[in-house]
Write a protein that binds this ligand. Structure first.
Ligand code: ZN
Length: 231
């Protein structure tokens, strides 16, 4: 899978501005839970939602805008589009009750300038995608399993995020294929496929800046549990 064929730019659109963004040509990715500018759209009207002018720069916003009391590291496998070898790949599963800091869109004012936001609780499990940053303790946990989950520039997304790299040839393996394509490494479509994924429970706080995607049936109960590696 060559990620250059799927150029798109992820946007940071507050919930209250979604209709406006949609009217200007933004599309919604229900799996990664993110609005994006498709290849063929006029980018100028969407510039205000580019992640560079992102919520991270808000004066009073928390440093990490996604949190959970505990989490799982997901270990799965994906075929490398470059060397065609299977490689281990990793992401995070967040439990029910994880929270996201979301901007409150008040009146007509652009909320990024108003520093208004609140923690919203989500009563479903979710898979972390488009991870921009991890707290030092989460980063330390994932380092126990792989050195191949690291910052890289994505031509698909148009910005840097923490992505998997092939453990054999070092090629970048972007999130899109593994998270958003049914049957991708983190998008099981059958109990059998889910049974090839392993969950390592980490009884520590999760703090990160990332998207959280979810599907109605994630086959969570079919995934393997690695209790020996849990902490
Ligand atoms: Zn490879």
């Amino acid at each position: 899978m060559d990620e250059r064929k799927m150029a798109r730019i992820d946007l940071a659109v507050p919930f209250g501005q979604k209709d406006e963004a949609k009217a200007l040509g933004a599309k919604w990715d229900p799996v990664l839970n993110v609005w994006y500018a498709p290849e063929d759209v006029d980018l100028i009207p969407l510039l205000r939602w580019l992640p560079d002018s992102d919520t991270v720069e808000l004066e009073h916003a928390p440093e990490y805008q996604v949190r959970a009391p505990y989490y799982y590291i997901i270990e799965s496998t994906s075929d490398c589009w470059k060397c065609s070898t299977w490689t281990r790949v990793y992401t995070f599963m967040l439990p029910e009750g994880h929270e996201k800091f979301e901007l409150v869109d008040d009146d007509e004012e652009f909320s990024l300038e108003r520093n208004l936001g609140e923690w919203i609780r989500h009563d479903h499990r979710g898979t972390a995608g488009t991870v921009h940053s991890l707290s030092p303790s989460v980063a330390a946990q994932v380092r126990r399993y792989t050195a191949n989950l690291k910052q890289a520039f994505s031509k698909t997304a148009g910005h840097r995020y923490i992505m998997n790299h092939c453990e054999h040839c070092g090629t970048k393996l972007g999130d899109f294929y593994m998270h958003s394509e049914p049957g991708g490494a983190f998008f099981p479509t059958s109990p059998q496929q889910a049974s090839k994924m392993t969950l390592i429970k980490i009884n520590e706080r999760f703090d990160a800046n990332c998207g959280v995607g979810f599907v109605t049936d994630d086959f969570f109960d079919c995934m393997q549990r690695d209790k020996t590696r849990s902490v």
